[in-house]
Design a protein around this ligand. Sequence first.
Ligand SMILES: Cc1ncc(COP(=O)(O)O)c(C=O)c1O
Length: 369
Amino acid sequence: MSVPGIRDEILKARAYVAGKTIEEVKRDYGLTDVIKLGSNENPYAPFPAARQAMIDEIERINEYPDASFRDLRAMIGSRFGRDAASIAIGHGAGGILETIAATFLRTGDEVILPTQSYGLYREISKVAGAVVREVALNEHYTIDPDAMREAITDQTKLVWLCNPNNPTGTIIDVAAYERLRDALPPNAWLVVDEAYAEFAAEENLPATARDLDTHNVIIVRTFSKAYGLAGGRIGYAVARPQLITVIDTVSEPFNANRIGIAGARACLSDDWDVIQSTRARICSSRSYLEDALVRRGLTVTPTHTNFVFFESRFDAERLADVMLRNGVIVRSAAAWGYPKHTRVTIGTEDENETFLQTLDNALVQLAEE
Ligand SMILES: Cc1ncc(COP(=O)(O)O)c(C=O)c1O
């Protein structure tokens, strides 16, 4: 039965499809050992100071957090050479993206987004009543900012750019980013979602932070990936202070919780060094995994993230299902329009070995079917 009173725009949106949890897979498939390489989380977290800070913070959970998130904003700001006024905190990068959509979009506005990218951009834009213009990735599975630039019209309000891109792991051409940035009409904004930026080499990424005062650019980042706080739900925007004030006005008050905030503060202070070494460890496992997949005759797209996007000759949904039944959660890229591609998150060294063994068995099984 339909729900009376719902806005028409919402009827056009689809719910975000999250990856399966370990608990779900254990229950549904009767398994005791399951590894999750499906949601691009950090396998080494929580980090020690963050863990302790979050445990300690439990004692204050009856109190609302400091609604201005002053300390954390100042700590993040200093990493970008800016002060607290340039940072907005939200309930994950997802919460920040949603607030950005609510800040800018009204019915009939146009947004431009890459077809094969993080799915939330499309749905939050539709919920706001925007007209979605999609631009396909190029043949290298990379977002083409020039093609996005060509889609700009007078009605364009937001351009959603995921860099590095999920699910393909690729990064955009810096010069093409600059052309896109420079082509925005005066009322349009470029939202650069850098959820995976910590895993990319800095010299390969556009220096977006330099553009915040001179162009309509917003950076979105998260503590869910490199910092290992996906369950703590802390994301942030970096933008010019006037826009941050507006974002804070639109978003709900207390839109981040005490536990997550405590964890994030520890990540940027006492855990900083261990997080940097873990990041290097994940990047070295990434090279190992890329090589191992290539050696198996699979086609690997060079990645700048904590996941690898690869192609086999088999149906990716079937491959993911066989892997799942054997206790390894990976993500088929069929829903993004890549029926033979799989996305696997880089796990611990042991998890990566288990993944490779399970993959070998699955490939043999699929070849025999
Ligand atoms: C590109 C991208 N942006 C944003 C998010 C959302 O992150 P958060 O956990 O901070 O909401 C994700 C999560 O996977 C992502 O891949």
